[in-house]
Structures are given as structure tokens and as C-alpha cells.
Design a protein around this ligand. Structure first.
Ligand code: NAD
Ligand code: USQ
Length: 382
């Protein structure tokens, strides 16, 4: 298949591009390299030293003989996007290219506005480009489990059948997102659903949980292919952050009571889910939603898992409960359905002690790049 991977320089997009390329698909990366600028803005960095996109792509070709073409540009620039669509005529458009950190979107008005404009306009442009140049193209859009929030009922995959005053209908599952970033994903979902309904486009919204891990089979082929690894209080996500904290003698920071429960997925499974969605497209006009995670954990569960492993490694870890910088439920019911990707053939990599130990060791190898003053959270929701 001809597959565009927008956001192909990022944490999920880079290993996905390599995996799809290895499977024999023609891969075209779009990225505006903004993620690297946000590191500069926040005076932070990936723990792993990442090469430029050009070097990474050249290294992949040198190592495997497979070519990945890259286009440096912004999805908000419709002329740029149109020119890529006209040249490539993709079968699938994998859309990772958004500002994805909830804390970044909550810094102040400017960052909230930037996040929503970047994400919503970028996606709207992709929908228009598909409609204009390749209506058969399948949009595979990265959404988030955080669109649903934490309702006191089971979370279905996108839709819920409800009976109201004697009448019955299947409707989009209610959304209660927890940040301006998560809200941007809800706005995207609504726009994509509308475009599928009125223009007959086809799309899969992958409501992904928190991703952990760093390396994949493909990024391990050469040190120059290494994936990025975020640890700071803005872009670092729960499990990866806890591994960094334990590996570097910093406290494992549970926010509040730690009963916050989320869906989690190994980066090795993220890349497979994308291919499964691409190989099994929906019908024209369909807006399909999959919940993309493999296991549920509370933040406290994760902290304790990391504690156990790193204690065995004689790292003397310590769990602290910080005052929660976010506004979120800290004790709640959580049960999200996630069967559709399994039905398509996903064989999950579950979080094992061996996987955790490997992650911690990986951090230890790059320990000198950890910026200790960037670990604690500084952005508050209120
Ligand atoms: P990332 O920030 O590492 O990568 C995103 C990439 O998109 C970056 O390389 C950035 O430069 C690029 N980008 C952003 N805006 C762009 C634009 N307007 N035009 C072109 N390129 C642009 O993020 P990630 O962790 O790889 O996440 C990828 C996607 O998956 C996001 O949409 C995110 O919301 C979603 N997601 C991520 C996680 C996670 O835990 N990382 C979990 C669930 C969902
Ligand atoms: N948390 C802690 N301690 C920390 C960091 C986080 O207790 O040091 C808690 C948070 O309060 C939250 C939970 O862990 O309750 C998850 O936070 P996170 O930073 O790991 O993840 P989140 O902000 O939800 O965002 C990440 C990605 C985002 C994606 C989302 C999937 O950055 O792109 O959409 O995970 S989901 O969580 O399912 O919405």
C-alpha cells in the first residue's frame, strides 16, 4: 500500500514508518519537525539522542535498502498538503501529526489556542485533501482514550446503543475529556465523522491509551534509528516517566491518590494496530472507532510495578504522592471495551517484569541526558 505517515518524526510515527516500510508498504513521511522545537522551547530533550529526520531516513535505506520519502511541512498549510496528495495518491493516511501533550495545552491561553488550531485545522485540511484528490484514501487517525474521560459505566468502542423514552438508537459514546489537548481530539472526531457521513470518506479513529516503551525491532537495527524517549513533566507519560525516575534515583511521582486508571499499550503493539487498520479498511462513508490499548492499570499499580523491579535491581526507588496538578478523578470506575483490534488479529505484548527491566536498563544507558530539573510537574490545570 502507499501510506502517508503524518507525524512520522515523532515517538509513535517514527517506529510505525519503519515497521510499515519493512512490511513492504511504500511509506511517505510528513512532518513539520515542530516536536523538536517544543523541546527547545521547554529546554528539555529526548533521553535517547535522536538523529535528524534526514539522517534517520538515510540510515534506514542504508540498513535495509528500503526508501522512505519525507516531506517537511505543516498540515495547516493546505497548498503543501495538496501537493503531497497530488504526488502520492495514498491508499491510507496515518495521522499522528498533532500537539499531543495535555500539560502543554494547559500552560496558558496561547498554548491552548495553538494546540486546538494545530490539531483541528490540520485534520480538517487532511479531510479536504482526501475529498479533493483521493476520496478512496482511508484516514487512520490517532485519537485518544482520554476523549471518553472516566464515566461510571463501561466505555464502548466509539458508539453506545441507548434507549430513551421508549426509543432506541446507536449514538456516539459521550465524551468528557480532561484537557484542551484531549478536547482537540473530540473536535477532530466530530469533524471526521461528519466528513464520512456527508462526503462518503472512510476513516478509523484509533482511541489510543498511554503508550510505553521506546525501541522496536526496527529501531534496534542501528543506533541512529533510535526512537525518542520523553521524560519531562510536560511530554513524559506515566510509565516511561516512572522508569526514568526509578532509574535515576528520583522519586516516582504519583499525582494525588493514584487511583487514576487508564488504558496502556506497548509501542510494539501501536505499530501493529496501524497496519491492521490499514489492511482492513472500512466501507466508504464509515467512521469506525477502535479502542487501542491492551491493558488497564491505575497509576498506583504502575508505580508499584516499577518499584518492585527497580528494588530488585538495587536502585532504592521511592514512591511519592504529589498534590495533583491536574483536575481529574483519582478514584473511579473504569472498564473500557477493546476487542475490535484483537478480532483483526492483534497479539498483544503485555507488560511483563522483563519488559519493565529492559526499559529501566535502556534509561540507565542514557542516564547522562536526563535533565533532573525537568522531571517534576510545573503546569497546573487550575
Ligand atoms: P509526538 O509529539 O512525538 O509526534 C507528533 C509528530 O507530529 C511530531 O514529530 C511533530 O513534529 C508532528 N506534528 C505536529 N503537528 C504537526 C503539523 N501541524 N504538521 C506536521 N507535523 C506535525 O507524539 P506521539 O507521542 O508520537 O503521538 C502521536 C499521535 O498519537 C498524537 O496524535 C497523539 O495524540 C496520539 N497518542 C499518543 C499517545 C502517547 O502516549 N504518546 C497516546 C495516545 C494517543
Ligand atoms: N500521572 C502521574 N504521575 C506522573 C505523570 C502522570 O500520576 O508523573 C498521571 C496523570 O495525572 C494521569 C495519568 O497519569 O492521571 C496519565 O497521564 P499521562 O501524562 O501519562 O498521559 P496523558 O496526559 O493522558 O496523555 C498521554 C499522551 C496523550 C494521549 C494520552 C492517552 O501524552 O497524547 O492522548 O496519553 S489517554 O491517557 O488514554 O488519554
Amino acid at each position: 500500500m502507499k501510506i502517508i505517515v503524518a507525524g512520522g518524526d515523532g515517538f509513535c510515527g517514527w517506529p510505525t514508518s519503519l515497521y510499515l516500510s519493512e512490511q513492504g508498504h511504500e511509506v511517505y513521511i510528513i512532518d513539520n519537525l515542530k516536536r523538536r522545537d517544543w523541546d527547545t522551547e521547554l529546554e528539555s530533550q529526548s533521553i535517547t539522542p535522536i538523529k535528524t529526520l534526514e539522517d534517520r531516513v538515510n540510515c534506514w535505506e542504508e540498513t535495509t535498502g528500503k526508501k522512505i520519502k519525507m516531506y517537511i511541512g505543516d498540515l495547516q498549510d493546505y497548498d503543501f498538503l495538496s501537493s503531497v496528495f497530488k504526488e502520492v495518491h495514498p491508499d491510507a493516511f496515518v495521522h499522528f501529526a498533532e500537539q499531543r501533550a495535555a500539560p502543554y495545552s494547559m500552560i496558558d491561553r496561547e498554548h491552548a489556542v495553538f494546540t486546538q488550531v494545530n490539531n483541528v485545522i490540520g485534520t480538517l485540511n487532511v479531510l479536504y485533501a482526501m475529498r479533493e484528490y483521493t476520496p478512496e484514501c482511508h484516514m487512520i487517525k490517532l485519537g485518544t482514550m482520554g476523549e471518553y474521560g472516566t464515566p461510571n459505566i463501561d466505555i464502548e468502542e466509539g458508539y453506545i446503543t441507548i434507549e430513551h423514552k421508549g426509543r432506541k438508537d446507536t449514538l456516539p459514546f459521550p465524551k468528557q475529556p480532561g484537557s484542551f489537548y484531549h478536547l482537540s481530539k473530540v473536535h477532530d472526531s466530530n469533524n471526521i465523522m461528519f466528513a464520512c457521513r456527508v462526503w462518503g470518506l472512510k476513516a478509523t479513529d484509533l482511541n489510543q491509551g498511554v503508550v510505553y516503551g521506546v525501541q522496536t525491532h526496527q529501531t534496534r537495527k542501528d543506533p541512529r534509528l533510535v526512537n525518542r524517549f520523553d521524560f519531562d513533566g510536560v511530554f513524559g507519560t506515566a510509565l516511561n516517566r516512572f522508569c526514568v525516575q526509578a532509574a535515576t534515583g528520583s522519586d516516582i511521582t504519583v499525582y494525588g491518590q493514584g487511583g487514576q486508571t487508564r488504558g496502556f499499550i506497548d509501542i510494539e503493539d501501536t505499530i501493529r494496530c496501524i497496519e491492521l487498520a490499514a489492511l482492513n479498511p472500512p466501507e466508504s462513508g464509515d467512521f469506525r472507532v477502535f479502542n487501542q490499548f491492551t491493558e488497564e492499570f491505575s497509576v498506583q499499580d504502575l508505580a508499584e510495578k516499577v518499584y518492585k523491579i527497580t528494588d530488585n535491581m538495587n536502585l532504592n526507588p521511592n514512591i511519592v504522592h504529589l498534590e495533583n496538578p491536574r483536575v481529574e478523578k483519582e478514584v473511579h470506575y473504569y472498564n473500557a471495551i477493546h476487542t475490535q483490534l484483537m478480532d483483526l488479529g492483534l497479539k498483544p505484548h503485555y507488560l511483563t517484569d522483563a519488559r519493565l527491566e529492559e526499559l529501566v536498563k535502556h534509561v540507565q544507558e542514557n542516564k547522562d541526558r536526563v535533565l533532573y530539573d525537568k522531571i517534576l510537574p510545573t503546569i497546573k490545570w487550575r
